[in-house]
Design a protein around this ligand. Structure first.
Ligand code: CUA
Length: 365
């Protein structure tokens, strides 16, 4: 799927004659159609759960991977040289018998050759590593961004992620949708990272390095994924009892699927008279003090996740459980069962109230 762009590019430019060009265009259009058409509308649900930096699928992660390989290669050479010399010296000059006890090895003082050998190469190696690292830092911190770059603002809360799309006036939580990029047609996503309470850490290893979310400070980072799928990550700074369940899902989709998702998130929920009772229970039990829902009077809170499109999300409690009725019911009965220590208290809802609120939440797609 990824090389679809390359296919079209190379076929259209390689042929010199008009006939070839025409054939190229036809073939490329056909190939393009075949590769896009059947899957254009579907979200890619491949789970990308690799939690190490050696399988990068995004631009900054790839750069970090390359520099890590270089540093490791340099360190491996140093290790082999030092370890080899040490092993050689241990074996070659080991104690050979009682006669060695009375003899001192030759003592060398002020050898210019040895002094130079252990100062000049290390300095050169360090200077080389400093230069390469400085260049990499520059590339990652001050990237050239195309105008089309997407912008996402992520705010860490104990223990969930608020996700805002300032260009599109979209707000969601915990599941971060971004467009797929390609090397020929760049579509990176710039991220501003902030915190509402304590320090959190944002890390999806296949997309980029780790970045902290610090109260009263704005950090930035960017990603440019080259493969669709659902990338998993974690909060990486111990931020409290539910730190380990502050999970991240970055959903990378083809640009048209991503745009469709944006469109759906911009729609206000349809008010369904069948769940009016649930909406009323939601408000009268103060759920709206913490949660915002578009078009629901009294649901204007900002302490908890925005629920306007809650049922379009695959997980609940920032990834702690799948967003199915069984887990949602358990959450509504007592959130402390699924996520002990989370900031949503047990609201002491009756079973009827749970049922009607659940039905209401299911209409928020
Ligand atoms: Cu947030 Cu750990």
């Amino acid at each position: 799927m990824l090389n679809h762009q390359y296919t079209r590019y190379s076929l259209a430019t390689r042929g010199s004659g008009r006939g070839w060009q025409l054939l190229g265009f036809t073939f490329a259009a056909l190939a393009g159609f075949l590769s896009w058409a059947p899957v254009a509308r579907a979200q890619d649900s491949t789970i990308r759960a690799i939690q190490n930096i050696f399988d990068p699928l995004s631009a900054p992660a790839e750069t970090l991977y390359q520099i890590s390989l270089l540093v490791m290669a340099v360190c491996a050479v140093i290790f082999l040289v030092v370890g080899g010399l040490l092993t050689y010296a241990i074996i070659r000059y080991r104690r050979r018998g009682p006669e060695d006890d009375h003899e001192e090895p030759p003592q060398v003082y002020g050898s210019a050759a040895i002094e130079l050998a252990w100062t000049v190469p290390p300095i050169l190696i360090v200077v080389m590593l400093v230069l390469v690292t400085a260049r990499t830092i520059g590339e990652i911190q001050h990237p050239k961004m195309p105008e089309t770059a997407e912008q996402v603002r992520i705010i860490g809360h104990r223990y969930w992620w608020e996700v805002r799309y300032p260009k599109h006036d979209v707000v969601t939580a915990n599941e971060i949708h971004v467009p797929l990029s390609s090397r020929t047609n760049r579509l990176p996503t710039q991220m501003v990272l902030e915190s509402a309470d304590v320090i959190h850490g944002f890390w999806v290893p296949q997309l980029n390095g780790k970045t902290m979310l610090v109260p009263n400070y704005r950090n930035t980072m960017w990603i440019e994924p080259y493969a669709t799928g659902i990338y998993l990550g974690n909060c990486t700074v111990l931020c409290g009892q539910q730190h380990a369940n502050m999970l991240i899902r970055v959903i990378v989709d083809k640009p048209e699927v991503y745009r469709k998702w944006l469109e759906s998130q911009k729609q206000a929920p349809v008010s369904d008279p069948q769940v009016a009772e649930g909406q009323q229970q939601f408000i009268s039990n103060s759920c709206g003090t913490c949660h915002h829902i578009e078009n629901a009077r009294g649901a204007t809170g900002v302490f908890g996740p925005d629920l306007t499109h809650f049922s379009s999300r695959a997980t609940l409690g920032s990834g702690v459980a799948p967003n199915d009725d069984q887990h949602l019911r358990s959450w509504l009965v007592n959130p402390q069962d699924l996520k002990p220590g989370c900031l949503m208290p047990n609201m002491q809802l009756s079973s009827n109230q749970v049922d009607s609120i659940l039905a209401y939440l299911r209409t928020l797609k």
